[in-house]
Design a protein around this ligand. Structure first.
Ligand code: GLN
Length: 524
């Protein structure tokens, strides 16, 4: 039986990416009104698609359509007989293909402009007249493409919106996908729902059902699957979904590397094993990791060492899982999300490296496993929604991210059991106070770092000479840039007092007030 892709089950808008920094937002926006959309590079050949799109959107891009090496769309797109919308570069591409009337403008247009709709009957502009739109272009149309008419203008763009005279082909000079375009989402909805007639059935309820079916078909009636869980959102949701689909034939392995958060292994046992009914083995490999970390102070070395040891321990544990019929485990579960997929397929030329999860590449090669990635079509907020529908507790679903190398990169300098214990306790108190203050949900990530610096203090008339804890808390939407969180002073006062009083070995607490860039979120 062949396994159907999500794009074969749901009406799907194909977004062809010409390299704009906003391309993924087109996909994001469409999904917000329950229409499934998938992004592929602009070089995608239609004959190689296993599914038929309900509509096609050509994204923006940094190139100029008239340049010799500019990327161009597969002309077969126009033989699909489905609506097409070109955005910025995408519109210029439509113009280029229909008369080549595109050239460099005298002035670049970047920022807000006001949309004026000329053709009120154009279905693209239902309820969106006279709104602010976001421009970002240097090239412009210098004439109307053959077979097209003007449907909207703006002060600086006489061809702000164009439509084909007889076919459902549209072009927009501005970016409806960015939130600065006030009615942009409405406009994309008009295109997808009214013009493409896509069914608005992309919901996580429907996804669970089709994905469980898909997993069962893919895995078959007997094969076994293994996967690592970390206690984080993605691996927990993926593991729960697998459990719903194939029950005990999914084996979750949690490796306690000795640098997890306080009580983490017990909590995962309780929440995932007992609570969610996931077939879970927790491996205590703390000594193995900590022994290897002895004397290592270089952050990159720490990361590599932990990554490699993880692969080693995971493989060893996986060996012990022998399916009843004596065959080997066939699949490896990975919690890849859509942003990782997007990053790997974005049209940016060959210099872009694909981001791989710190532990998967090696595992696949060594163990001859097939990869199963049930979340690879989902954005983070979709995963969280899915997690809630699967009955995963709220606090777990909304947990801050935690790095693979764990507290090892939050203990600056050498990682010893004693240092890990200090960092862990301080972090625990800090997070507990953040939760008590009701601030956890407003912060994207918070943690404590142990600095290998000694400082003088006084406690009970005794001189102390102990280490420093640095607290970090950031707000961000994408972790590419971040700003520090403005805690009330009273809060910081309370946390600092608790940490110095309750954690032996700490004489001072500081708060990190650096944004990213120039700093990174983690200290190492
Ligand atoms: N590179 C083209 C221009 O400057 C298109 C820009 C875009 O798609 N945002 O006009």
């Amino acid at each position: 039986m062949s396994v159907e892709q999500v794009s074969q089950v749901f009406d799907t808008i194909l977004v062809l990416d010409f390299g704009s920094q906003y391309s993924h937002l087109i996909t994001r926006r469409l999904r917000e009104f329950n229409i499934y959309a998938e992004m592929l590079p602009c070089t995608q050949k239609i004959k190689d698609l296993a599914w038929k799109p309900t509509g096609v959107i050509l994204s923006g891009g940094p190139y100029s359509v008239y340049a010799e090496d500019a990327p161009h769309v597969d002309p077969e797109v126009f033989n699909l007989d489905v609506p097409v919308l070109g955005i910025c570069y995408g519109m210029q591409e439509l113009a280029w293909l229909n008369g080549k009337q595109v050239a460099r403008g005298e002035k670049r247009e970047y920022g807000p402009s006001t949309l004026k709709v000329i053709d009120a009957a154009c279905p693209l502009f239902k309820n969106v007249d006279h709104s602010t739109v976001w421009m970002s272009h240097g090239d412009k149309l210098i004439g109307l493409p053959n077979g097209f008419k003007v449907v909207a203008t703006s002060d600086n763009s006489p061809y702000c919106g164009i439509a084909h005279e007889s076919k459902p082909i549209y072009g927009l000079q501005f970016h409806p996908e960015v939130t600065h375009s006030a009615k942009g989402k409405e406009l994309l909805k008009n295109f997808a729902v009214d013009i493409c007639k896509a069914t608005q059935n992309w919901t996580m309820e429907n996804f669970i059902e089709t994905e469980i079916k898909r997993i069962r078909t893919l895995v078959g009636p007997t094969a076994e699957v293994i996967g690592a869980v970390s206690g984080g959102v993605d691996s927990t949701v993926a593991a729960k979904l697998m459990t719903e689909a194939i029950g005990e034939r999914f084996h979750a392995i949690m490796v306690d590397n000795g640098v997890l958060r306080l009580n983490e292994a017990e909590n995962v046992k309780k929440n995932l094993g007992a609570g969610l009914g996931i077939n879970l083995t927790v491996v205590d490999a703390a000594d193995e990791f900590l022994d290897k970390l002895k004397g290592v102070t270089d952050p990159e070395k720490k990361r590599k060492l932990i990554g490699n040891t993880f692969i080693h321990v995971f493989e060893r544990e996986a060996e012990k899982i022998k399916p009843k019929d004596g065959t080997d485990v066939e699949f490896l579960l990975q919690g890849t999300l859509y942003p990782d997929v997007i990053e790997s397929i974005s049209f940016k030329g060959p210099s872009q490296t694909i981001k791989t999860h710190h532990n998967v590449g090696g595992l696949l090669d060594n163990m001859k496993l097939k990869l199963i990635e049930p979340l690879r079509e989902l954005f983070k907020d979709e995963v969280r929604h899915l997690g809630e529908l699967l009955g995963i507790p709220h606090d777990l679903v909304w947990r801050h991210p935690f790095p693979g190398p764990g507290i090892a990169i939050r203990v600056l300098g050498e990682v010893t059991r004693e240092q890990v214990a200090i960092a862990r306790k301080a972090d625990y108190i800090y997070i507990e106070e953040i939760r008590n203050a009701g601030l956890y949900g407003q912060i994207s990530q918070a943690f404590a770092c142990l600095l290998p610096v000694k400082s003088v203090g006084v406690m009970g008339d005794q001189r102390t000479y102990d280490q420093v804890i640095a607290l970090r808390a950031i707000e961000t939407t994408d972790f590419m840039t971040a700003d520090w969180f403005p805690f009330p002073h009273e809060f910081l006062k309370k946390v600092a007092a608790r940490i110095v009083n309750e954690v032996d070995g700490v004489a001072r607490v500081t708060y990190d007030i650096t944004s990213k860039p120039p700093a990174t979120v983690e200290w190492e």
